[in-house]
Design a protein around this ligand. Structure first.
Ligand SMILES: [Mn+2]
Length: 462
């Protein structure tokens, strides 16, 4: 299957939802200025890219219920191309991208009213593109001005995100292949950073968090990945207890752990890996105790990730292992918090484990897709949260199906506090892998970098 037929297939699937007289308008992302004369590196909008694979800015895709796809893109311009680079241009776009027609983006205002004429519903992604609604209103107003001459205005506007989110939630083979490649590159980067860290310490060099970040970025780019998929976290020692810490200039000390949550984006698809390792390549007893606990929680969560299970099942499996472990190692005092069941019900584990065990992953690292099962959306139950007292509305969680992709990332974070064993103070551990749900269970696509204590120690040993 050619790449352009992958996109054609997705557009055909979308057309099924639009209705014969529907029309969908999908702009790509705007360029974003970073500071004077400098833009952020350009990345196309995920929905737009998903439907046509086109990466230039200033482009719109229009898909109509009769199955036709029209692209509006930057016109050829020899002068601008000297400065900004090659443009595909509307003449070459239909053949190159497998579309029915293409025009200059400068013709949008002239062409859109005619394309909207006679349509019954306009589908746009709601609340994503600033100014889109205003732009659409201009086109609708100019169409309405012509009703006397027989023009027909659409009656409804509908959110395109719902339909596309459902499609994007289940990854096709083309997407799964890119996700696997992204996972491999990111895994190699983690190994590189681990080995570099131990090597530098062995040779008496000063190690800073940014040294390890640099190794990660080097490895991403070396294999063709365009960007990091999100802001890299490289946290030495106590910094690992700050969940959204960024790679900074903290000193990596012999004897401490390092937590790295960093991964690349390849051809529009994210990966998301966290590893926690001893800076010098050897876990201490206390580090190992907590690490093995988080790993056991991850193993339980992986086992719970299979078709037919709920999205929340891996989280509940991880929480159960972590909570029991917290009682066993003395992070929680049985005399104060009671049994395992009490710990879970009262969320007594929360000071040490305060985030969810995973999220959807795809083009966006926190990918789109409903976390509630669509067929059970009406089954709402209410409960009081044990910690905050807030009323929480629970709806049945999404049922996992083959092709869904999610992260599995339990952790434990111990800030110094009265009553918490001192040996565990300032230890922060997270282990994160990316899983594709398969017909029988799940495939971990990021395990080229190991998680077992002895395997990590082995690869960091000279
Ligand atoms: Mn993640």
């Amino acid at each position: 299957m050619t790449t352009s037929s992958v996109y054609a297939q997705r557009r055909a699937q979308l057309v099924q939802h639009l209705g014969a007289k529907g029309i969908a308008l999908i702009p790509t992302a705007p360029e974003q200025q970073r500071n004077r004369d400098c833009d952020f590196p350009y990345r196309p909008d995920s929905y737009f890219y998903y439907l046509c694979g086109f990466t230039e800015p200033h482009a719109w895709l229009v898909i109509t219920g009769d199955g036709r796809s029209t692209l509006f893109c930057q016109p050829k311009d020899p002068q601008r191309e000297i400065w900004d680079g090659y443009r595909l241009g509307p003449e070459a776009a239909p053949t190159q991208l497998g579309l029915d027609a293409a025009f200059s983006v400068a013709d949008l205002d002239a062409k859109l009213p005619a394309l909207l004429d006679g349509c019954d519903a306009v589908w746009i992604p709601f609340a994503i593109h600033k100014g889109l609604e205003t732009r659409l209103e201009t086109w609708l107003a100019s169409l309405r001005a012509r009703v006397r001459y027989g023009a027909l205005c659409p009656q409804t506007q509908r959110d395109l995100c719902g339909v596309l989110d459902e499609m994007r939630l289940v990854k096709d083979p083309h997407e799964q292949a890119i996700l696997r490649s992204a996972g491999k590159i990111s895994a190699a980067a983690h190994i590189r950073a681990m080995q570099c860290c131990a090597q530098m310490l062995r040779t008496g060099q000063e190690v800073r968090e940014y040294h390890l970040e640099a190794e990660m970025l080097h490895e991403f780019r070396r294999h063709g990945a365009q960007f990091p998929a999100y802001g890299s976290i490289v946290a030495a020692g106590a910094n690992a207890c700050v969940l959204h810490y960024r790679a900074d200039r903290g000193r990596v000390q012999n004897g401490e752990l390092v937590l790295i949550d960093a991964a690349c984006e390849l051809d529009g698809y994210a990966s998301d890996i966290t590893r926690t390792f001893p800076a010098n390549g050897q876990f201490t007893g206390a580090q190992r105790t907590l690490y093995e606990l988080v790993l056991a929680a991850q193993t339980a969560a992986v086992a719970a990730t299979r078709p037919g299970a709920r999205f929340t099942d891996p989280h509940e499996a991880a929480v159960s292992v972590l909570a029991q472990g917290m009682l066993d190692v003395g992070l929680l005092d049985k005399n104060k918090v009671g049994s395992l069941q009490d710990v879970i019900e009262q969320r007594a584990y929360f000071p040490f484990y305060m985030h969810r065990t995973g999220h959807w992953m795809g083009m966006d690292v926190h990918d789109c897709g409903d976390y509630t099962e669509p067929s059970e959306i009406g089954q709402v139950s209410q409960r009081q949260d044990a910690l905050t007292g807030d009323t929480i509305k629970d709806r049945p969680a999404r049922i996992l199906r083959p092709g869904m992709v999610l992260t599995i990332e339990p952790g434990i974070y111990v800030r110094p506090a009265y009553g918490v064993p001192e040996a565990f103070h300032n230890i922060g551990i997270r282990i994160e892998d990316d899983a594709i749900v398969t017909p029988t269970g799940c495939e971990l696509i990021t395990r080229d970098v190991p998680v077992a204590v002895d395997e990590i120690e082995a690869l960091m040993r000279g």
